[in-house]
Design a protein around this ligand. Structure first.
Ligand code: SF4
Ligand code: SF4
Length: 101
């Protein structure tokens, strides 16, 4: 594992240690693979297609990702999410984070 990967992994483990908290998705780095949707035991994650207007407002890196991976992004319904962290472990882009409330 490279240095960058191990730093990200350590950050993830730290976030997972937070009791309760709020789980959220970084739309910029999400590539819409849908892995998190399948793993969520509470069906709290849905996929949403960004509109053309929303895509236009993204920074260059975000627009490039949409061009390569498509415009689907994962979104968490906070009403259903229990902050269990299962989705955080499966996201290969490390796009899902947890912070204290
Ligand atoms: S697993 Fe990660 S990259 Fe894939 S849809 Fe969910 S948040 Fe996006
Ligand atoms: S933290 Fe748990 S309940 Fe919340 S979206 Fe992720 S898998 Fe679902």
């Amino acid at each position: 594992m490279g240095i960058k990967q191990s730093i990200i992994k350590r950050k993830l483990e730290k976030e997972l240690e937070i009791k309760g908290g709020v789980v959220f998705i970084d739309e910029l780095s999400c590539d819409g693979c849908g892995e998190c949707v399948s793993i969520c035991p509470h069906k709290a994650i849905i996929m949403r297609a960004l509109s053309n207007e929303e895509v236009k407002k993204l920074p260059f890196k975000g627009r490039l990702k949409v061009l390569v991976k498509g415009n689907r992004k994962a979104n968490i319904n906070q009403e259903l999410c229990t902050a269990c962290g299962k989705c955080m472990r499966v996201c290969h882009e490390f796009s899902i984070h947890k912070q204290a409330k």
